[in-house]
Design a binder for this molecule. Structure first.
Ligand code: MRU
Length: 325
């Protein structure tokens, strides 16, 4: 475990780009705190200059990663604060900092609520498959998909988690398997290409993953490999659940085809842990996320309730409900 203390915007942007901070909710929290940091370090006396300064920081943060909508959601929250042009520098700066801290604190509460609601879907004795990392390390604390798993475990249910290693960057092996060990939740690490065989063997009762962006119709962008799992789950009649906060839903996008998918460097595929495993001139394609069409999704767990098909209607109804957080 290594904690990074970041005290300037460039280092924060670099940390997000290089996945030192990763996971949709954690990226959102980091971006909000980055804007707060920029306002804290502003030395001028003119409100307009402070707004320009923080707006510039929002621009830098917003260009780090394109898929996780929580990043843009958090930046929009900061921009709403920046609209209060009538305030003096001091009070406006304080409002920006308060806004960022609220986003961070609420993320934990949201995850706990989501965990409580989602745990009802997990029965005693079940085997769960998860992909990538949607745990404490992807959020302020507790996690989205792993928050649901954690809640079921805290309720005393005897569960077991199969963890997809999640190539190319191995978030499952490096983060999820570690988180499960910290919590004392029984877990088994598998490589991504084993999931289908485990399902065929009857070893998986349900799949649960997080999300980086959900379109208005319930199509889900999540870590590359999620779509394959959803199709496999469908072929084996295994429920496929997605856990994500309302802030992960992008109602401005009709369906998953409109979600921007980040493409990352070729080295992530040609190397594992810094060791080269492919020839120098090999062609590489490295989309970091894929889209799971809503027809493969059994339910989407949010902090305001559980959405089911037809998702457009169900998600919109949940979004309209007043937040209990
Ligand atoms: O590239 P990452 O590690 O930031 O991607 C994160 C994911 O895709 C997670 O699986 C996820 O569910 C979103 S964060 C809870």
């Amino acid at each position: 475990v290594k904690y990074l203390e970041i005290d300037n915007l460039d280092d924060l942007a670099e940390a997000i780009c290089s996945l030192r901070v990763r996971g949709a909710p954690a990226i959102g929290v980091a971006a909000a705190l980055g804007a707060a940091l920029a306002s804290y370090q502003f030395e001028g006396r003119d409100t307009k200059d402070l707004i320009v300064h923080v707006e510039k920081a929002c621009g830098v943060l917003g260009s780090t990663r394109p898929t996780a909508v929580n990043l843009f959601w958090a930046i929009d929250k900061i921009r709403e604060v920046l609209e209060q042009e009538h305030l003096e520098v001091g009070p406006l700066r304080q409002k920006i900092i308060d806004c960022a801290l609220k986003i961070a604190r609420e993320d934990e509460l949201i995850n706990k609520k989501m965990g409580e609601l989602g745990a009802e879907l997990i029965k005693d004795g079940q085997n769960i498959l998860t992909h990538c990392n949607a745990g404490s390390l992807a959020t302020a604390y507790f996690g989205t998909a792993l928050g649901v798993v954690r809640s079921a475990h805290l309720q005393g249910k005897k569960i077991h988690v199969y963890v997809d290693e999640t190539r190319p960057l191995l978030q499952g092996a490096r983060l999820t398997a570690w988180e499960m060990a910290q919590e004392g939740i029984p877990a088994t690490l598998i490589t991504d290409n084993m999931a289908g065989f485990l399902m065929a063997q009857g070893k998986i009762d349900l799949v649960i993953v997080g999300a980086d962006r959900i379109a208005a119709n319930g199509d889900v962008a999540n870590k590359i490999g999620t779509y394959s799992l959803a199709v496999l789950a469908d072929a084996h009649s295994i429920p496929f659940y997605v856990a994500a906060p309302i802030s992960t839903i992008d109602f401005s996008l009709k369906d998953g085809s409109e979600i921007p998918i980040e493409e990352r460097s070729r080295e992530e595929v040609t190397h594992i842990g810094g060791v080269k495993i492919a020839a120098d001139d090999v062609d590489v394609y490295n989309p970091a996320f894929d889209i799971t069409p809503n027809k493969y999704i059994t339910a989407i767990i949010t902090e305001r309730g559980i959405a089911k098909a037809p998702f457009s209607e169900s998600l919109m109804n949940l979004a309209k409900e007043e937040s209990q957080i």
